[in-house]
Design a protein around this ligand. Structure first.
Ligand code: SF4
Length: 95
């Protein structure tokens, strides 16, 4: 008999976790709106930051770290710090 492939998004456990997370987020939002003022502004700022962070991939984070570490793209390509944990993942290796 052929197994039916269940989409991850249709998995009841995943749906339950998502529902629980959404309820928690709604509670936090309602609390922030009830408090208002600076607390609400801080909550909104935190939410915007979280949203932006979700768009960051590990490779983007490594690229940013390398860009902070050295000055130019060529320096990253020619980086000789083999003891660095990011050395094997550094961008622009094939330049
Ligand atoms: S790999 Fe090189 S450029 Fe990147 S963080 Fe490490 S030392 Fe800096």
């Amino acid at each position: 008999m052929q197994k039916l492939k269940v989409k991850r998004s249709m998995n009841p456990e995943v749906l339950a976790k998502g529902k629980q997370a959404l309820e928690q987020w709604r509670k936090e939002k309602a609390y922030a709106e009830k408090k208002g003022g600076k607390f609400l502004e801080a909550w909104k700022e935190e939410q915007a930051l979280k949203k932006a962070q979700k768009k960051t991939t590990p490779m983007m984070a490594i690229k940013n770290f390398c860009n902070d570490c050295v000055a130019t793209r060529t320096d990253i390509t020619n980086c000789t710090a083999r003891q660095c944990a990011l050395w094997i993942y550094r961008p622009y290796q094939n330049d």
